[in-house]
Every structure is written in C-alpha cells, then in structure tokens.
Design a protein around this ligand. Structure first.
Ligand SMILES: *[C@@H]1O[C@H](CO)[C@@H](O)[C@H](O)[C@H]1NC(C)=O
Length: 180
C-alpha cells in the first residue's frame, strides 16, 4: 500500500507540473488571416474567444496583411469606444504574438480606422491557473479517458482537460487510501 501511495503521489506531481508548464499558442480565430471584419455576429472573433480557455503563459498569434491592418492592445474604455488614439501596445508586423502574462481580460482592436466599429475587436479573458488547478470537481466519468477528450487537438484544451480529469481521480484515490 505504501508503494501504491508513492506511485500515486509521483503521478500526481508529474501531472501537476505538466499542467503548469504547458504553454500553448492560439491562432486567433483558429485560422490564418482571421483578423478581418466579421461578416456576421456568429463570425465574430469574440465567439471564437468564448469557446477557448486561455491560461496565464499562453500566447495569441495574429496573422494579417501588414499593409492593410494592425493590432492595438487597449484599455477596456478604448475597446468599448473603439478609440485608437492611446493604445497600450501597437503591433503592425503582420505576424504578431502576444503572451498572456497575467490573468484577467485583454482587449484588442484593429488599428485601421473604422474597422473596430465594424466589429474587428477581440477580448480574451485569461483564467488564473491556480483557481482552475484546484477546481477538479465534479468527478470526471471514466469514459473521458478513452474518449476523444484525450486526443491531442490543435489548441490543446482537451488534452489539458484530460490531465485535469486524471488529476481529479488521483486525488480521490490518494485521499481514500489515506482515510483507510
Ligand atoms: C480617445 O482617447 C483620448 C485619450 O484618452 C481622448 O483624448 C479622446 O478624446 C478620445 N476620443 C474619443 C473619440 O473618445
């Protein structure tokens, strides 16, 4: 039993560090040249962002034609009003990578006059790693291990979910063994 516990504890540790160090890159909009005026509400980049889970250390990557557009990181106020006059950061190289180095919201708008008003804007909310790390309940069903949840995906979300599921089960195992 002591051996089992040691084994479980080390697996726990390994999955913990994997989940901590795994930084991912998200191609904004999920494809190249997605930084353009959305043709409809459902095409908006914020729809894409809502479906993604960003964590501290992840990066966003933009591809766009630098002769036609640029990217501004702005405050919430300037995001809401599409004000391009005082950005936090300006990117115009056509292949921009921004590291999400803290939790909370990041606001981006197009640097081209008029584009933001037409919907070319993006807000991403970065989850605090710690809160998510401890948020292992409710109990994951065993089906998740064999299902597509473990398959590597382009954005890594499911893979991380798989680690979290394993982690939840390990905690339960170790706890129940300690109580015996
Ligand atoms: C944009 O922001 C600047 C600086 O914060 C401000 O002076 C200006 O009035 C704003 N423009 C509009 C149209 O709100």
């Amino acid at each position: 039993m002591a051996l089992l516990r040691a084994l479980l504890s080390s697996m726990l540790l390994v999955s913990f560090f994997i989940s901590l160090t795994e930084a991912r890159e998200f191609l904004v909009g999920g494809k190249t040249n997605a930084w353009k005026i959305p043709s409809s509400e459902s095409e908006s980049l914020n729809k894409w962002a809502e479906a993604s889970r960003f964590q501290v250390g992840d990066s966003l990557v933009w591809n766009y034609d630098p002769s036609k557009d640029s990217l501004l990181q702005v405050s919430k106020k300037d995001y809401d009003s599409c004000n391009t006059s005082s950005p936090i950061a300006v990117y115009k190289d056509g292949n921009t990578k921004v590291k999400l180095d803290r939790s909370g919201p990041f606001y981006f708008i197009s640097g081209t006059q008029g584009n933001c008003e037409k919907g070319l804007k993006l807000v991403t909310v970065v989850l605090s790693g710690r809160r998510k790390f401890f948020n292992v309940s409710p109990a994951p069903s065993p089906v998740e291990f064999e299902g597509p949840a473990m398959a590597p995906t382009s954005d890594g979300t499911s893979l991380r979910g798989g680690f979290m599921a394993i982690f939840g089960v390990l905690i339960r195992l170790v706890l129940s063994e300690m109580l015996m």
